[in-house]
Write a protein of this length. Structure first.
Length: 148
């Protein structure tokens, strides 16, 4: 003999199913979301890149850059941006933005490395703990940070 399930039990299961679906939908709209876009800067890998190193070795260590300078291929840029938002449909806010710059000599050997970010609204080099002066690549860096 097959046991009969009371209709009140069906209503209870239905209410639980609806409540679960509603809770899942609401939690998707209210969960905080952090997202990383672009190149994830690995400090250990960056520490391996030394002045005088060949460009091919830099490619092996850091990988393909996000972009390169258009004249002479003498600067490589690795760009990352961290954003956060409180609600799913909210416009994300930039929490952190970095531009790792590898500058090469004419013979494609590493000249120096700079790790730019924003500090108090100014472009800041985290490697030297200074605000950079007007260098040839500063115009490009300011464009990445939307400061022009």
């Amino acid at each position: 003999m097959i046991a009969r399930i009371p209709s009140s039990l069906y209503r209870t299961f239905g209410a639980i199913a609806v409540a679960s679906a509603l809770a899942g939908t609401l939690s998707a709209c209210t969960t905080a979301g952090q997202q990383v876009q672009g190149y994830m800067i690995d400090d250990a890998a960056v520490a391996q890149v030394q002045p005088g190193m060949d460009a091919q070795k830099v490619l092996q260590i850091l990988g393909t850059p996000s972009t390169v300078s258009t004249v002479g291929n003498q600067s490589w840029y690795y760009i990352s941006q961290n954003t956060d938002r409180s609600f799913m449909f909210e416009t994300p806010k930039v929490v952190d933005q970095r531009v790792l710059t590898v500058v090469f000599t004419n013979k494609l050997k590493v000249d120096h490395i700079a790790n730019y970010g924003l500090k108090d609204g100014q472009v800041f080099d985290f490697n030297s703990n200074t605000t950079p002066s007007a260098k040839s690549d500063m115009g490009v860096i300011k464009k990445f940070f939307h400061l022009d």
